[in-house]
Design a protein around this ligand. Structure first.
Ligand code: MSP
Length: 506
């Protein structure tokens, strides 16, 4: 059995989640479900990043202690994940004792290896990005190079991790492993950055006199650990690094999914920290694009966020998931609009898929009292091309995180099934008493729907189970190995409510 370890970033809990956060978790959930469908042993990690200046400031504004504040916000994340059917295996919070212990162990180990030193520091800090920049970077960008906001100049003594010592190793690693950072554009961004900038050592502490909310720096009681250093360690602390059985089974991570704004932290700092610890790097870092409103990135600070909780309440988890996964090709930005949601959902889910199921089950109930046992189990000729294409390509698209293409190939098959109904005229078969032909015809629609439901499972899990249950099948039994034709020979169906009611434009 193959193992598969997939992670989301840890979300800052200075405010409630928005649709951009939901996007990463939906992508990871889709991938995790696909791998489970294939029979892999999956560990899917998500969680929250709970230290640092940003969170301290938010808790001060709320008039709560940082710990009480993060405890409240974290529940909103957990509730959202539940409402979106996010099937994570473990939820890590950076305030958990086990994580804190691992961060301290890592710092001791790096210190033992001679990779940590103390020095005077003069740099520019961006609180929203929780990141330091050099004077030249700030001068060139006229502010924070990541988000363009103003930065604070900071002069203080701090502890440093010798990032620069491993620059040569990282460059060679990137060259030898072209699939390490995906998509290619993001890989080029990192190699371009390394080619044009000298890598500075990473400041991994903050004096408590300035930042009080963090993990105690284990080498000096006057400091806390830098929030990004603390957060990155989560990917191994969640597995019980260094000796936990999950670490032995699941590391290296197969996919770290992140947004493109936190690429450098993951593609430069993280592999080097691991290298310094003598730990294998993750297999793939995939940086996705942003959801925008008009031309602007959706973000808490811009105040242009779409509340995913409301959206799920309005249209249901499957519709939200389907829209997010269908609309943006891997790595690109997407524009969020109500009009785009309505068009997508009504045309694909309500019309094409929903109607196909409804019409098929309706005919089985009307013509055969819900039970089909045909004499012939042959696949209709018109199904052959889309079904073989799916068999060949679905897994390839899914492995490549090309969800729109995977969905496209499923919906091509759906539209062929709809056309097959029109062309075959089942009502004429009934009228002319061609009942054997009618049974075989309806059977092929039910088999097609069954296979479709399995392929759709990672995207719209609730509807997929609903389809299988209306087909009278045991949901637990459906894996990718059940996608071949005529696996089921008898159907006893039970039609319920329409799968996806049309969304009205309000
Ligand atoms: N806490 C850090 C990550 C630490 S990982 C060890 C952080 N948190 S965040 O809450 O600011 O962002 C989390 C993720 O949400 C990032 O991957 C970011 O790209 C993503 N998104 C935030 N806004 C987004 C959009 N508008 N669209 C898509 N994703 C975006 O960074």
């Amino acid at each position: 059995m193959n193992k598969f370890y997939i992670t989301t970033p840890l979300y800052y809990v200075n405010a409630n989640p928005h649709i951009g956060h939901a996007y990463t978790n939906v992508i990871c959930d889709c991938m995790a479900r696909f791998k489970r469908l294939k029979g892999d042993s999956v560990f899917f990690l998500t969680g929250t990043d709970e230290h640092g200046e940003k969170i301290k400031k938010a808790s001060d504004i709320a008039g709560l202690s940082p710990l009480d504040f993060v405890g409240k916000v974290v529940n909103n994340f957990k509730e959202l994940w539940e409402s979106l059917s996010i099937s994570y295996d473990f939820f890590i919070r950076t305030t958990q004792d086990a994580h804190i212990d691992t961060v301290k162990k890592v710092i001791f180990k790096l210190n033992e290896n001679g990779d940590i030193y103390k020095s005077k520091y003069n740099a520019f800090y961006c609180v929203p990005c929780e990141t330091f920049f050099s004077e030249s970077q700030v001068r060139e960008a006229l502010g924070c190079p990541l988000c363009r906001r103003p930065v604070e100049e900071i002069k203080e003594e701090n502890y440093f991790f010798r990032l620069s010592k491993y620059e040569g190793w990282l460059k060679k690693y990137l060259k030898d492993n072209p699939g390490f950072i995906k998509p290619l554009e993001r890989c080029n961004e990192v190699t371009g950055f390394l080619d044009n900038n000298e890598l500075n050592d990473l400041c991994i502490s903050r004096p408590k006199t300035r930042v009080s909310w963090g993990i105690d720096f284990p080498l000096d009681s006057g400091y806390v650990v830098y929030v990004w250093f603390d957060a990155l360690i989560n990917y191994i602390s969640a597995l019980g690094f260094p000796s936990g059985s999950n670490f032995k089974e699941f590391w290296p991570a197969d996919f770290h999914f992140i947004g493109k704004d936190i690429l450098r932290h993951h593609a430069v700092f993280w592999p080097i920290i691991l290298r310094a610890l003598g730990v294998e790097p993750p297999r793939t870092i995939f940086a996705h694009g942003w959801w925008k409103i008009g031309e602007e990135k959706m973000s808490k600070s811009r105040g242009n966020i779409v509340n995913p909780v409301e959206l799920v309440k309005n249209i249901g988890a499957d519709c939200v998931r389907y829209f997010l996964l269908r609309e943006i090709p891997p790595g690109l930005d997407g524009n969020f609009s109500w009009k785009a949601i309505i068009t997508r959902i009504n045309s694909d889910l309500a019309n094409d898929l929903g109607n196909l199921l409804y019409r098929s089950l309706n005919m089985v109930e009307k013509y055969f009292e819900g039970k089909i046992r045909p004499d012939s189990f042959e696949m209709p000729d018109v199904f052959k091309e889309p079904v073989y294409y799916l068999r060949e390509k679905y897994s390839i698209f899914m492995e490549a995180v090309d969800f729109p293409s995977a969905l496209d190939s499923i919906f091509k098959f759906i539209s062929i099934m709809n056309k097959y109904i029109e062309d075959s005229k089942p009502w004429v078969m009934k009228k002319e008493g061609r009942l054997k032909e009618l049974a075989a015809f309806l059977y092929s629609l039910l088999e097609g729907l069954r296979i479709t439901a399995i392929y759709l499972n990672p995207f719209i899990p609730e509807a997929s189970c609903n389809i299988l249950s209306q087909l009278g099948l045991d949901i637990k039994e459906s894996g990718m190995d059940k996608c071949s034709w005529a696996q089921y020979r008898v159907y006893a169906v039970k039609k319920t409510q329409p799968l996806f009611p049309r969304i009205e434009d309000e």
